[in-house]
Design a protein around this ligand. Structure first.
Ligand SMILES: Cc1cc2nc3c(=O)[nH]c(=O)nc-3n(C[C@H](O)[C@H](O)[C@H](O)COP(=O)(O)O)c2cc1C
Length: 335
């Protein structure tokens, strides 16, 4: 199954291998624009036969960057570099998505940082400003503007970053959202910000829409995978196509990691909410990926660090599974 095509809306990925979004911190000019590094890095994985490449967390506002070296999509000036990138990747037969992000209280940039509540992540981080209604409206608008620019730049998929303790995740979790207005308190109220972001994005984007979530806060008072089954049902109703299931990083916590440690979350959400899921986290072999797909635990396999080590991982996985993978033409003699 790993090498079978997968279609969402009108977009077909040639296989189920997805390059997981990974920040490159490579914007030397600190202006959010695509640099040569990004062109080389992503196009290489397309040559390596990845089916879908998801570009790293790309900030919808300058203050929403994790670091000053992040990619950005807050200005029309970002479109042309991103367009060069999508063209390059398309030329190599892969599809390309972008992760739209706002770092919230985890932003490590100069100036004011914002979050649902004025609580720092830990003692080393700054205290964010509690977002006003205007901040909320402007940020939702920024996600919509980012989606429109992503469309203009030729992306096939948009992924909303609602995981890892960044802004949207901070609204969802009761550990980070202490608001007393309609954006905090109840389960429904904490979902409102993400719901409005999805709605705003859907107004300008009818292509495949993914949302990355942290399925567990790893904290006794935090969210669990069962909460995310309920949130995933709501996302499905709103037209989200796939939940990319990661976990943690909402509050400092010790996480027991081992091969495939997040796969049970992807499986629970897939069956509990009847929605497609992506599995990610320490998936490093073709057999492991095939097991996840064949046992109906996820629909797509996201590969992170293994693709940093080996841009030709799809080739490695295909050999392991005894499948002959077509070579990019110039590489036929070495494949
Ligand atoms: C260098 C690096 C940067 C990352 N940046 C992002 C990011 O921009 N967005 C995101 O959702 N996850 C990010 N992650 C998490 C990965 O997408 C992935 O979920 C995680 O590394 C686990 O998968 P793996 O074991 O296959 O690496 C990053 C991970 C690494 C190693």
């Amino acid at each position: 199954m790993l090498f079978s095509p997968y279609t969402i809306r009108d977009v077909t990925f040639k296989n189920r291998i997805v390059m997981s979004p990974m920040c490159m911190y490579a914007c030397d000019r600190e202006d959010g624009t695509v640099h040569n590094w990004h062109l080389v890095h992503y196009a290489t994985r397309a040559v390596g036969q990845v089916g879908l490449i998801i570009v790293e967390a790309t900030a919808v506002t300058p203050q929403g960057r994790i670091s000053a070296r992040d990619l950005g999509i807050w200005s029309d000036e970002h479109i042309s570099g991103l367009q060069t990138l999508t063209t390059l990747v398309h030329e190599q037969g892969a599809k390309i998505g972008i992760q739209l992000a706002h770092a919230g209280r985890k932003a490590m940039v100069e100036g004011e940082i914002i979050a649902p509540s004025p609580l720092p992540f830990d003692e080393t981080m700054r205290t964010p400003k509690e977002m006003t209604k205007t901040d909320i409206e402007e940020t939702i608008q920024a996600f919509q503007n980012g989606a429109l620019r992503a469309k203009k730049a030729g992306f096939d998929v948009i992924e909303i970053h609602a995981a890892h303790g960044y802004l949207i995740n901070e609204f969802l979790s009761p550990l980070t959202n202490k608001r007393t207005d309609e954006y905090g308190g109840t389960f429904e109220n904490r979902y409102r910000f993400l719901s409005e972001v999805i709605e705003a994005v859907k107004k300008v984007w009818d292509g495949p829409l993914f949302v990355r979530i942290s399925a567990s806060d790893y904290h006794p008072d935090g969210l669990t995978v069962n909460d995310y089954v309920e949130y995933a049902k709501r996302m499905k109703t709103q037209g989200v196509d796939l939940i990319d299931v990661s976990s943690g990083a909402v509050v400092p916590a010790k996480i027991d990691v081992y091969p495939g440690y997040q796969v049970p979350f992807a499986e629970t959400i897939r069956h509990g909410a009847d929605i497609a899921t992506g599995a990610v986290g320490l998936i490093t072999s073709g057999r492991q990926a095939e097991e996840i797909l064949r046992n109906g635990r996820a629909d797509l396999i996201f590969i992170g660090r293994e693709l940093l080590r080996n841009p030709y991982w799809p080739k490695t996985a295909s050999s392991e599974l005894g499948i002959s993978l077509e070579a990019p033409k110039p590489y036929v003699r070495g494949w």
